[in-house]
Design a protein around this ligand. Structure first.
Ligand code: PFF
Length: 451
């Protein structure tokens, strides 16, 4: 019989879980990363591939990963150990948990640096206000990321914030924060979309960039990036949603909640795109200008609109919070493991794992300025870590999760956790057994040039 409760506590309700898991999914990935990688990869066709990956790969794997978490009720490493014993499978499956823990810390190391940018922009908004001039906005961003001291400082602030929330545990703080923040963030995004509509022709150019696919614009690497982003934005493939699932009360429908979460995540990303690309075109900016894209566009909108001072502050505050509700899920797997296996208190576990992640993050912060010439496989430290985690580790993790859930676990146990009507179960089973793993595999084969 599976455990019925985690030693770390439980979400107080289904709604609390949905909010927390949506908090994990919605973050910098939607508002910062989605627009800039869409810009770098030519727009519409990339968006379409990304959406297809969310539906065919992301949602079935989200259901699989959450289901495994709730069945195992522990950190991903121990959950996989327990589930493989239950399924009479090889105990090496727990290494999948390890890969997830490492991926989470690697992602957080750069995630925290970018969240630090958003944090710095809160203060820029408060004290300077934003200029309405595109060139000035860009110059101010360039000057900011050229400063190692500023980047390390804001990265440090964000890591401390992450550790302080994680220390407090599953319920307090986390649940409450998300309930208020998510709806407000949505409101502000809608406001930005409304502003984007005032750009006239550029608005339609932006929409057409996002939604009219031109497949000549994408190659194998773009497909890999789109697939990797589906994992990244939904927070899949590394145990984050597995560990959140382990705090999920029995009886809550995993399939239904997964659909809500994936739906909300996608809507936020698309709204961010609709808000940003019109500004890019209205101001003669380059869609492919990279990780600085939102920091070079959104301030222009705030600089121009009435009430922009206040909205600018609010927006960046919310972006920091959206990042925070994701960052805590990135570090939760390792914290839960340290508590379970090393007997650490949550406080000690948060400090130890947070400090290690912070140290790596310092090298990421420097890779934007003083170490920008230092490369690994031709990529800066930031680009390398991003590629390694989002494009490789998460899809590999997700592939293994789908295989484990669909092929290794006893079907009786899976059915017990999912509690789905036969027909819906069959759809999930088909997607998780064949479509999701095969798609990941084919994309990899394509990237290494097999076809
Ligand atoms: N989904 C988050 C975002 O889009 O910002 C980032 C993330 C969270 C990635 C949790 C991976 C993860 F496990």
């Amino acid at each position: 019989m599976a455990n019925t409760k985690s030693i770390h506590g439980e979400w107080s309700s289904r709604f609390a879980y949905i909010l927390a898991a949506t908090g994990s999914a919605v973050g910098l990935g939607n508002i910062w990363k989605f627009p800039y990688i869409t810009g770098e990869n030519g727009g519409g066709a990339f968006v379409l591939v990304y959406l297809a990956c969310v539906v065919a790969i992301g949602i079935p794997i989200m259901i699989a990963e959450t289901m495994m978490g709730r069945r195992g009720r522990q950190s991903p490493i121990n959950t996989l150990a327990t589930l493989s014993t239950e399924a009479n499978a090889n105990s090496n499956w727990h290494f999948l948990g390890w890969m997830g823990v490492i991926a989470g810390m690697l992602i957080l190391s750069y995630y925290s640096v970018i969240a630090g940018w958003a944090n710095a922009y809160v203060f820029k908004a408060i004290f300077g206000g934003f200029s309405a001039d595109a060139l000035e906005v860009k110059a101010s961003f360039d000057e900011f990321i050229a400063s190692p001291v500023k980047l390390v400082f804001w990265h440090t602030v964000f890591m401390i914030a992450t550790m302080s929330v994680v220390m407090r545990g599953v319920k307090s703080g986390l649940e409450k924060a998300v309930q208020l923040l998510m709806p407000t963030l949505l409101f502000l995004l809608l406001l930005l979309v409304a502003y984007a509509m005032t750009t006239g022709e550029a608005y339609f150019k932006g929409l057409s960039f996002l939604f009219s696919p031109d497949f000549s614009e994408i190659d194998g690497d773009a497909v890999l990036t789109a697939m990797g982003h589906a994992f990244f934005t939904l927070g899949l493939g590394m145990g984050a949603i597995m560990v959140y699932g382990s705090y999920l009360p029995s009886g809550v429908s995993i399939a239904k909640t997964s659909l809500y979460i994936a739906g909300a995540d996608t809507v936020v990303a698309l709204l961010a795109g609709i808000a940003i690309f019109p500004l890019v075109f209205a101001n003669g900016l380059e869609p492919g200008s990279g990780p600085g894209l939102i920091f070079q566009t959104l301030p222009i909108a705030f600089g121009n609109m009435t009430g922009g001072w206040l909205f600018g502050i609010l927006f960046f505050v919310l972006l920091v919070f959206a990042a925070l509700t994701s960052s805590i899920s990135l570090i939760e797997p390792v914290v839960a493991w340290l508590v379970e296996n090393k007997g650490y208190t949550r406080v000690k576990a948060s400090i130890v794992s947070g400090t290690a992640t912070w140290a790596l993050g310092v090298s990421v912060a420097l890779s934007f300025n003083v170490w920008s010439d230092f490369t690994i496989f031709g990529k800066t430290i930031f680009n390398f870590l991003d590629y390694l985690t989002a494009n490789l580790m998460l899809p590999i993790g997700g592939f293994c999760i789908a295989v484990f859930a669909a092929w290794i676990m006893h079907e009786k146990h899976v059915k017990e956790e999912l509690g789905l009507p036969e027909q819906q179960y069959a759809i999930w089973k088909f997607l998780a057994s064949y479509v999701a793993p095969a798609s990941v595999f084919l994309v990899f084969l394509h990237v290494v040039g097999v076809f």
